[in-house]
Design a protein around this ligand. Sequence first.
Ligand SMILES: [Zn+2]
Length: 313
Amino acid sequence: MLVRILGSAAGGGFPQWNCACPNCRAQRAGTFRGKARTQAQVAINGDGQSWFLLGASPDLRAQIEATPELRPRAASGENARQSPISGVVLLNADLDHVLGLLLLRELQPLRVHATKSVHRILTKDNSIFAMLQRVPNQVAWIEFMPGAQFPLLNPAGEDCGLRCRPLPLGSHFPAYVSPPRRSQLAPLEASMGLFLESSSGKRLAYMPAVPRLETLLLKQLDSCDVLLFDGTFWSEDELIRVQGSGQTAYDMGHVPVSFAGGSLARLAEVKHPRKIYIHINNTNPMLNEAGPEHAQVREAGWDIAEDGWQFEI
Ligand SMILES: [Zn+2]
């Protein structure tokens, strides 16, 4: 399985358009020791041919253009419109995770996997997503059940050698979902982590939004070869300190990296996988390669994802 990290930041990217936190300010001034990052986006490939997107970020157009493997292959006469991207797996209905779908609207055949609740939110209440279904062979929506494994197929229906098992992690739907619609949705279908398995049995976990760390989850993570884990916030009150008000990391569905109950301490017992933080908010001090937080994470054996990384599992 090939894994490509197209974007490694949380919503807003780094720097974020309206943010003058110390990180964003220094990044714009050219004095920051660390890279700018686009919004979280991962692509995987199990057969050397078909790529699948995990989510669809608002930065997707630029992320695809920055990745030669995802560009259209040489055109043969009449068929100049084509893409090696076969499908998308949606973990939730957050704007940072679904807006990129609208950038894929050019009548391209795609299979989009989502829970029934996420599918309903996007297509029943938001008519703009009808742009994905203007012709019969455009986007095929495929609903999955939390916990139930499913194969990733290309638009022709051929198996691409990857299995996906979604794990329900959070029960909060985005703020734009109306109360009447919310009352009809299944909380277990709100936010997923994904386990992806190749035909040779190698496993990737993609967990960009983890609201709490339970022992059972830690055991499952330990069975993976690579873990891409929620690195959104360093501390619980990080956004409140930057903005002067707002929600805690836990309120927003993210276990912070630091402190006693944080992921750095709790996942110390997860020994098997290569551990990589992803979905890193622009306020997170571990982005600063000259800072003690960055050193602490690296000394604990973690990597901090950067845009453009690719590895094979
Ligand atoms: Zn910032």
